[in-house]
Design a protein around this ligand. Structure first.
Ligand SMILES: Nc1ncnc2c1ncn2[C@@H]1O[C@H](COP(=O)(O)OP(=O)(O)OP(=O)(O)O)[C@@H](O)[C@H]1O
Ligand SMILES: [Mg+2]
Length: 286
């Protein structure tokens, strides 16, 4: 539905936020990942500046903000995916259980095994459903009980019942939502602790989206999740903490992204401490 000026709200949006069964009820939190003063360059461009935030265990952390403010850039820095982009450079510190993931001697492949990723567009390999899930297990040498591991991952990703009789079928023949759940199964097969998701529902219809959101609520019992989403309602529905990013232009005319505010999701949406957050969530932004 198009939103015009008169329909835009001027008060903080009272979005339905996660209330039951979620980690908000938990008293203990444990920081799994911590970003401290993180700066990210692409060549000479200083794209993201000075981001600091904790990622807590068995919680869903959402990253929201306008296009180009650096959400994907920050997300990729958390499992060293930016290493694969020529010219990308991450400075500051990102720790995983207190250890600097960019420290000397740290193997980025090992980092990515502990911190898996799911992308915006489902990207199954042109292989069978089974081989898609088995792929990471094979390259990581996790082949004992391979079939059981594949089944467990497909069950965990709420896909098993739909594919169990067709495991040899091409993954490309699945629907978009099934492909995305397959990519989640592929990511969790190697038993990571953290799942990074970059707009995992943006190519999906509302029913497939609801399915993935439901799945995230189940997965957070076992995993720590960081999700980038354009959809504020989604952030409000699924996440426990939210990081709001924005972009600005510096005195030299260079555009950069930065973290405006990080807080419990409920508080960020109902009582933001920064007027820029309030403007964004009430639709006054831009
Ligand atoms: N591979 C790249 N090479 C050079 N610059 C890049 C690259 N990827 C992103 N950038 C730049 O970094 C900045 C942040 O981009 P990023 O994709 O992280 O934003 P985003 O918040 O994820 O946006 P969107 O909501 O549109 O996905 C932008 O100015 C973008 O042009
Ligand atoms: Mg992005």
């Amino acid at each position: 539905m198009p939103v015009n000026e008169t329909e835009r709200r001027t008060e903080p949006v009272q979005l339905e936020t996660k209330t039951s069964g979620g980690p908000q009820a938990r008293t203990e939190t444990e920081t799994v990942i911590r970003l401290s003063g993180v700066d990210i360059h692409y060549g000479k461009v200083h794209a993201v500046r000075d981001v600091s935030l904790p990622v807590e265990r068995n919680r869903i952390t959402a990253m929201i903000g306008p296009s180009g403010c650096g959400k994907s850039t920050v997300l990729r820095s958390i499992n060293r995916m930016n290493d694969l982009i020529p010219g990308a450079k991450v400075t500051g510190e990102i720790t995983y259980h207190g250890k600097d993931i960019y420290g000397s001697g740290v193997d980025p492949i090992a980092v990515r095994r502990h911190i898996g990723m799911v992308f915006q567009k489902a990207n199954p390999f042109p292989k069978s459903i089974y081989d898609n899930v088995a792929y990471g297990l094979r390259i990581n040498g996790m082949t004992d009980g391979l079939a059981d591991r594949v089944e467990r991952a497909l069950r965990r990703a709420a896909l098993w019942d739909e594919v169990k009789d067709n495991l040899k079928k091409s993954a490309l023949a699945l629907s978009g939502g099934q492909q995305q759940r397959l990519c989640i199964a592929r990511a969790i097969a190697v038993e990571p602790e953290v799942l990074l998701m970059d707009e995992p529902c943006s190519a999906l219809d509302p029913i497939a989206t609801a399915r993935i959101e439901e799945l995230m609520n189940e997965l957070v019992e076992d995993y720590t999740i960081v999700i980038v989403t354009h959809n504020m309602q989604q952030a409000a529905r699924v996440s426990d903490s939210t990081a709001f990013y924005s972009a600005d232009v510096d005195s030299a005319g260079e555009r950069y992204g930065f973290l405006v505010e990080f807080d419990d999701t409920q508080r960020l949406f109902s009582n933001p401490s920064d007027s820029r957050t309030e403007d964004y969530i009430t639709g006054r932004f831009g």
